[in-house]
Design a protein around this ligand. Structure first.
Ligand code: PXG
Length: 467
């Protein structure tokens, strides 16, 4: 469809949207005055709006549609499970087959590191809920270990861990903390390992990685080591702008959490399920989490599902010493969501998508981004698996950023929308997380479109005397 969808009265939908639908992370009044873009259909890695505009979705929806849109296998799994058992709870000594099968399968997909295994799953419906569960499990663990004073969980500035009270607190988004009395007590933050922003003049990336990890040790010492329960981090910061830590960062983080005996939570809501070329991202970086948050791509976003992979260190204590764990959700282990997840994992395995990212498309995206890095507007081009970021600078030689008031990311994003490309702007970083079904030729098409919008952004900046 490249013509308007006649079945849809766009103006009515937009008016009702403005009248009744409060969108997440949105200036309600501003959106109501402009009108939402109505998305009506999607196939593969393209989405269409009601006006018939076809857009290449380089964000996989919101970092989730890894197998692409329109997969009958997933739709059939949902239908079949809905007709058989659409819902049943798992609170009162009952279980259901898809939830058990999925937990068993996830346990097989999460590799053991140094004898530490992930045999158990606690289910939720989202990344935010999963991180709330993490807070509950971490605190319960330390209570049971006879160290109830270990309450503090350390997160990172510009990290994103969700939007519930605990999720938003664990994250380090200043705009979120500014609303609603956040963070909640006993959540602290260290700075992010963002080399461009935080490196000292002349500092080598490898040295910066060790220094940035050292901020964790400094914070632990400042707070008192016996008060710290856990450290939570994303393997690569996604919503923060695809911030990729130097290689030296994670080994040093591991040394520090081991030294002080604190738990490590790997929030893999974006990075798991093939995004970085592995089923789970800790495998790529070689660190040893105790808890792993997942959501999004476990079902390729077709239906909400999230959870926590609970490592044996925590699971053993909760199971053997914990008695009843007073926490859970109506939809923990939802049979339809789990059935869709199983079908999604089947597709990923049959099509070899995880290996494809590691051996073909991830390296190819890196190559293509390196070329985009030559563009006069791009100060830095970085990728990790099928995630990438372009840092837009006023002067790429000196590293000068655009002054406040020149929102170069938004400018570029508008050109994206006008030219059939969906990318995210995070400040001055333009980011992508394309569906994993893309092949190299599709990445070429993506690169051409990115080049075009960069050219148009540069043209606009020049025409308005801002560069
Ligand atoms: N952890 C991480 C690492 C995430 O990326 C969550 C937790 C929360 O998941 P739920 O399912 O509760 O949304 C996320 C979600 C963005 C953006 O603008 C990113 C997310 C959500 C919304 C917007 O990049 N990530």
């Amino acid at each position: 469809m490249n013509a308007p969808d006649k079945a849809i009265d766009i103006e009515t939908i937009q008016a009702q949207d403005a009248a009744h639908f409060l969108h997440p992370f949105t200036d309600f009044k501003d959106l109501a005055s402009r009108g939402s873009k109505v998305i009506v259909k999607a196939e593969g890695f393209y989405v269409w709006d009601a006006e018939g505009n076809k857009m290449l979705d380089a964000m996989s929806g919101l970092w989730c549609v890894n197998v692409g849109y329109g997969r009958e296998e997933l739709a059939n799994a949902a239908r079949n499970q809905m007709m058989k058992l659409p819902y049943y709870n798992s609170f009162f000594q009952t279980t259901n087959v898809p939830a058990v099968e999925l937990a068993t399968r996830l346990a097989k997909l999460a590799p053991a590191v140094d004898g530490r295994t992930f045999e158990h799953v606690f289910y939720s419906s989202s990344g935010s809920e999963s991180n709330d569960s993490n807070v509950r499990m971490v605190r319960r663990y330390w209570d049971l270990m006879g160290q109830p004073q270990r309450k503090v969980i350390i997160g990172r500035v510009n990290g994103y861990h969700g939007s519930t009270m605990a999720g938003a607190s664990l994250g380090g988004m200043s705009g979120m903390h500014a609303q609603g009395d956040l963070p909640i007590p006993n959540i602290k933050h260290i700075d992010q390992p963002y080399f461009f922003d935080k490196a000292l003049p002349g500092e080598l990336e490898a040295d910066f990685g060790v220094r940035a990890a050292g901020w964790l040790e400094a914070k632990i010492v400042e707070l008192g080591a016996d008060t710290v329960a856990a450290f939570i981090a994303e393997p690569v910061q996604g919503a923060g702008g695809v911030i990729i830590a130097p290689d030296t960062y994670w080994p040093e983080i591991q040394r520090i959490v081991d030294k002080y005996g604190i738990l490590l939570i790997s929030d893999e809501v974006i990075c798991a399920f093939g995004r970085l070329g592995h089923w789970f991202a800790y495998e790529k970086f070689g660190y040893k989490p105790d808890l792993i948050t997942f959501a999004k791509a476990v079902t390729s976003g077709y239906i909400p599902l999230g959870g926590v992979m609970v490592g044996d260190r925590v699971a053993k204590v909760l199971i053997e010493q914990g008695g009843e764990f007073n926490h859970g959700y109506t939809y923990s282990g939802h049979p339809v969501a789990c059935a869709v997840a199983l079908a999604n994992l089947d597709v990923m395995e049959q099509e070899g998508l995880v290996d494809r990212v590691r051996t073909e498309t991830g390296p190819y995206l890196a190559q293509v981004f390196a070329q985009l890095g030559e563009h006069p507007l791009v100060g830095q081009a970085e990728t990790c698996g099928m995630m990438g970021a372009l840092l837009l600078l006023k002067n790429k030689t000196t590293g000068e950023v655009f002054p406040e008031g020149v929102d170069v990311g938004m400018m570029c994003r508008t050109h994206c929308f006008d030219n059939g490309l969906i990318m995210r702007a995070v400040g001055n970083r333009m980011i992508v997380a394309p569906p994993l079904i893309m092949r190299s030729a599709d990445i070429d098409e993506l690169a051409q479109r990115i080049k075009l919008v960069l050219d148009k952004t540069l043209e606009q900046l020049r025409a308005t005397g801002q560069i």
